[in-house]
Design a protein around this ligand. Structure first.
Ligand code: VGL
Ligand code: ZN
Length: 210
């Protein structure tokens, strides 16, 4: 087997009028230490993300958000045969965006009908396997977005799925390496997710020092 390639050094982050900043699932259940699916370090993200949101707005870039938005019962949850503790149930504290995060643009919800909504772009019905779009692609096209900059939670699930879809849909896609955190169910999952994203054509960028 080929030795693992180190991920390339991140580049500085620059926004323009054809870019959008997408904040993925910065919700209490992931980003608050009391959340039911707390991602370690998620609570550290809002100040850095707010600085990015300010940069994006000053550059005329769109700022958009995704929100994991589940019914009380879904095959996405362990109690109903899935993988995860109950989290981000629509309308609950856990599903709300972290209160420290500045909200300065549209929010795209995913999973409302019980789908596995890992990607911000599409949802897969776990029963039928059918995939339906969320409206994010249409939103980005309506704003003439060509470059998508992604930060948020979690690196190894929703950020990964959203980044892979973004590249496949033809967006020039960047991930903010210091603006994401991983679940790391297995040690190294976050790093491997970044490697997969780079192999797919994603650029790694850094918020600090930008
Ligand atoms: C996510 C697990 C389950 C995520 C969502 O936002 O990364 N992870 N649902
Ligand atoms: Zn979920």
């Amino acid at each position: 087997m080929a030795p693992p390639q180190p991920t390339p050094a991140p580049m500085p982050l620059v926004f323009g009028p054809a870019s959008a900043l997408l904040l993925v699932d910065v919700q209490n259940d992931f980003a608050d230490a009391a959340g039911s699916l707390h991602v370690a370090g998620g609570e550290d993200l809002p100040p850095l993300l707010n600085a990015l949101i300010g940069d994006a707005r000053r550059s005329g870039a769109l700022v958009a958000y995704t929100q994991d938005w589940h019914p009380e019962h879904t095959p996405h949850f362990a109690a109903d045969g899935g993988a995860w503790p109950v989290h981000c149930v629509k309308g609950t504290w856990g599903a709300a965006l972290h209160p420290a995060l500045v909200v300065a643009g549209p929010i795209v919800r995913k999973g409302s009908n019980g789908e596995d909504g890992y990607s911000g772009f599409s949802m897969r019905d776990p029963g039928t396997g059918v995939t339906v779009p969320t409206g994010l692609e249409e939103l980005l096209h309506r704003h003439a977005v060509r470059q998508l900059v992604i930060a948020g939670l979690a690196t190894d699930y929703c950020v990964l799925a959203t980044g892979l879809d973004a590249v496949a849909l033809g967006f020039e896609t960047a991930i903010v390496v210091d603006g994401v955190r991983a679940v790391d169910l297995a040690a190294g999952d976050g790093e491997r997710a970044l490697e997969r994203l780079v192999s797919a054509g994603v650029t790694l960028v850094e918020a600090t020092g930008a």
